[in-house]
Design a protein around this ligand. Structure first.
Ligand SMILES: *Cc1c(COP(=O)(O)O)cnc(C)c1O
Length: 421
């Protein structure tokens, strides 16, 4: 019987497969990770076939560029919206000294991020005022701090949402000292429930879009328009950041429609369907926005110059990658899958173009299925693609590794990655 330890990959072979890391981290760091992984294999802690992935796991890693071939358009674990080339260029320009709070015409101090805010106001003409904070959670926090300290936020039980990683909107709101006045049941709420709840201690009514789940069957909800007559502000958390209705996502709320229905404020994320940087957008009545802007906590929640630059470029620039991925016609995707599969088969790889179903993701449009097309590879490719120089994340379906092209923006890079495995 041969000693399995003889199969432990050699140092020089591992060094050449981790050549990219040597370039970034230097030989000594990579070699140390290799030697440590080989020792673990010699000690029998891991199999010789696991040495390469142990090295990859042990290398100190900054964020890596990853190809999203999962078919999930807004993938939270892969950094949500990939930025457009225009937004990347704007970040690069703003990274040095920049006029974020300076008026070049007069040489005087200017309102921070005024051109980004102007772009947002132009994109949503129904909003009397706009403000930008760190993310949508920060937008909700600021609303609660400004409008409901020691007071009540009226919210439907069907809208007490956990947004992910264990974070819950009701707990976030309570952390400000506001009290929640829950109305209705999990499946049904009526206008009279809100009417009974609103009183002198109400800070505002909050509508939260149940963006990452669906309740079906015996259900009823109350529209924004039915909540506007109670004499208290109505704030709508629309989640995904659509500024106007989108024809492919008829059930996804948008800022313009919510404001026209009578919401006094809308909150949304910048890095979901808007396709921009992580940000929390606040849009609505000018006087309420001014109170948010002037609240002491606004300073702690403000965004940096890079975010402002990327947001403005997203709003003013060409269609961002998220929207391209959402709107790509399925036949064009299938053609790309066929072309890639042919090239891969010519290189001796068992690849096929297949039809599949992609998703919006990012806690948005949970019921929407996007027809899509993928390159189908043997399942073993999933791991080697993840560990490759430009990591590719696909998905396993019926024993095959699918690379869904709806979320891939550079086919030649994907081809290189597969050929490199
Ligand atoms: C995603 C989401 C949030 C959280 O937004 P972040 O920008 O991640 O803070 C809050 N509410 C709803 C409805 C969401 O969909």
């Amino acid at each position: 019987m041969t000693d399995p330890r003889r199969n432990i990959p050699r140092t020089d072979a591992l060094l050449s497969s981790f050549a990219y890391a040597v370039g970034e981290l230097g030989t000594a760091t990579v070699k140390a990770a290799i030697v440590a992984a080989q020792q673990r294999a010699r000690a029998g802690e891991i199999a010789p076939s696991e040495v390469a992935s142990a090295v990859a796991a042990a290398l100190p890693a900054g964020p890596r560029r990853v190809i999203n071939a999962t078919g999930v358009v807004v993938h939270t674990n892969l950094g949500r919206a990939p930025l457009s080339p225009a937004a990347r260029a704007a970040i690069d320009a703003a990274a040095g000294t920049t006029d974020v709070e300076f008026d070049l015409a007069t040489g005087a101090r200017a309102r921070r991020g005024r051109s980004a805010l102007a772009a947002l106001a132009e994109a949503v003409p129904d909003a009397g005022g706009v403000h930008v904070v760190n993310n949508n959670a920060a937008a909700l926090l600021l609303c609660a701090l400004a409008f409901a300290p020691g007071r009540e936020i009226v919210i439907s039980r069907g809208e007490l949402v956990e947004i992910g990683d264990g974070f819950r909107i009701p707990e976030l709101l309570r952390s400000t000292g506001a009290r929640l006045h829950e109305v209705g049941t999990t499946n049904r709420v009526h206008p009279r429930d809100y009417a009974d709840a609103v009183g002198p201690s109400t800070g505002f009514i909050l509508k939260v879009h149940p963006s990452n789940f669906e309740v079906t069957g015996f259900t009823s909800t109350v529209d924004i328009a039915e909540l506007t007559g109670f004499g208290v502000p109505v704030i709508a958390d629309i989640g995904s950041g659509l500024l106007a209705p989108h024809p492919l996502l008829p059930d996804e709320p948008d800022a313009a429609t919510a404001l026209r229905a009578g919401a006094n404020l809308v909150t949304a994320s910048g890095d979901k369907l808007l396709g921009g940087p992580q940000a929390g957008l606040l849009l609505g009545d000018a006087d309420l926005v001014e109170r948010l802007r002037r609240h002491p906590a606004a300073r702690a929640l403000r965004v940096d110059k890079l975010t402002l630059a990327a947001l403005e470029a997203t709003l003013r620039g060409p269609l961002p990658p998220v929207r391209q991925a959402l709107e790509a016609p399925v036949e064009a995707l299938f053609e790309r899958a066929s072309a890639l599969s042919t090239l891969l088969r010519n290189a001796g790889i068992s690849a096929d173009a297949v039809r599949c179903v992609a998703a919006v993701g990012g806690g948005g449009a949970p019921g929407v299925e996007l027809p899509s097309a993928a390159v189908s590879l043997p399942a073993e490719y999933a791991e080697s693609l993840r560990l490759s120089e430009t990591p590719v994340v696909g998905r396993i379906e019926r024993g095959r590794c699918l690379l869904d092209l709806r979320t891939v923006h550079d086919d030649s890079l994907l081809l290189q990655a597969v050929l490199g495995c």
